[in-house]
Ligand binder design. Structure first.
Ligand SMILES: *Cc1c(COP(=O)(O)O)cnc(C)c1O
Length: 379
């Protein structure tokens, strides 16, 4: 087995930074020189660049992806008792804000191939109290938005897309219309957490919508419910994107498509090297969506996952479990409404998934080292 001189990381933000260092360093220094820490010009510039990139009328920057989801639900006037349907296999933030606002999280299972929310399960979960569906575009590809939008229309529901892991992915409707992830539903919510596909150097997030009135309301909620300075019309929060973070995001947005291509290239290597292995199921690409590979997630069969992870670690290969415990089995989300066994796909995934290193700086040598070792270990 070959040895590797370089340290392998789940995410390599340093290598990525080296390539944009001049622009980022100068931009950050400029923010400091001008002391425009809050609402400096880079925030508006990034907002406008992102609106163009996504082809959406309004981007509202905010402090993080969790806030984006919370602000979205506040701006839609969702009230305690309203039911919000979301996937049981997701990062906790999605369900957390539903709970925080006193809304009722209604979890539904996901598809075993794409990890995306199960459309039949959504339909079954709809009641007269249902107000919104929150599909999560997990690991970098879109949920089946065409069918979700049809359901939402039929039942008069809002759709809040959690696009924290899929910024830049393209969704194609059956009439060939192509749209960016997050601008299909009523509102899209994203995160610029450093390890996300478009990550800043701290916390950041954004909300998207094509609805002018809603954009106004979203902006107001994110800014203390303020309509005019010191006039507060609704209950709001304080959620801003720092100027320094906007500088980083503005520099990186120009490269977002290259970043996605680099991730896809790494995924192609993994797909090819691990194809048709009886113990390893490679991620299935959704029919109507491109995949931006926020994560490259395998499903293991007949493999001791804990032991495999230890063995990989010994060989310098990090691997992560996204996510080890289903939401309905987390103490904070335990409820009479669901019990262990209710979401068999989610439960099976939590017990069998393993994500391999995935970032924009993967090279052939590293990828080969990872797949050679993995294949030797699972044999
Ligand atoms: C990261 C993430 C969030 C939350 O984003 P933060 O910026 O960390 O608050 C929400 N949903 C999903 C699916 C995520 O991956």
């Amino acid at each position: 087995m070959t040895t590797l001189t370089k340290k392998i990381q789940m995410v390599d933000l340093k290598g990525q930074y080296e390539k944009i260092k001049a622009e980022v360093d100068a931009g950050i220094q400029d923010v400091i020189n001008t002391t425009a820490f809050i609402n400096g010009p880079a925030v508006k510039e990034f907002q406008s660049d992102l609106e163009k990139y996504l082809n959406v009328k309004h981007v509202i920057p905010c402090a993080n992806g969790t806030d984006a989801l919370q602000i979205a639900m506040m701006a839609l006037d969702l009230k305690p008792g309203d039911e919000v349907i979301t996937a049981s296999f997701t990062y906790v933030a999605t369900a957390e804000v539903i709970g925080l606002l006193g809304l009722t999280p209604v979890l539904v299972d996901v598809y075993p191939d794409t990890f995306d929310i199960d459309i039949e399960a959504i339909e079954k979960a709809i009641t007269p109290k249902t107000k919104a569906i929150v599909p999560v575009h997990l690991f970098g590809q879109c949920a089946d938005m065409e069918r979700i939008m049809a359901l939402a229309k039929k039942h008069n529901l809002y759709v809040i897309e959690d696009v924290a892991q899929a910024i830049g992915a393209d969704y194609t409707f059956s009439d060939s219309k192509k749209v960016k992830a997050g601008v299909i539903g009523t509102i899209g919510c994203t995160s610029f957490f450093p390890s996300k596909n478009l990550g800043c150097y701290g916390d950041g997030g954004a909300i998207y919508t094509n609805d002018d009135a809603l954009a106004k309301k979203l902006r107001m909620v994110a800014h203390h419910g303020q309509s005019v300075q010191y006039v507060h019309d609704v209950l709001g929060v304080n959620s801003r994107l720092d100027t320094i973070q906007a500088v980083v995001l503005k520099a990186k947005l120009k490269h977002l498509d290259e970043y996605a291509a680099a991730r896809r290239k790494a995924a192609d290597h993994y797909d090819k090297a691990l194809a048709n292995h009886p113990k390893l199921k490679t991620p299935v690409r959704a029919k109507n969506s491109t995949h931006v590979f926020h994560q490259y997630t395998l499903q293991l069969t007949g493999v001791d996952r804990t032991k495999l992870r230890e063995q990989l670690t010994e060989r310098g290969i990090p691997a992560m479990i996204y996510y080890p415990i289903p939401l309905h089995e987390q103490n904070a989300y335990k409820s009479d409404r669901f019990k262990k066994g209710d979401f068999p796909v989610t439960e099976k995934l939590c017990a069998s998934v393993l994500s391999l290193p995935m970032h924009t700086e993967m090279d052939e040598e590293t990828l080969k080292y990872i797949t050679d070792n993995l294949l030797e270990l699972v044999n």
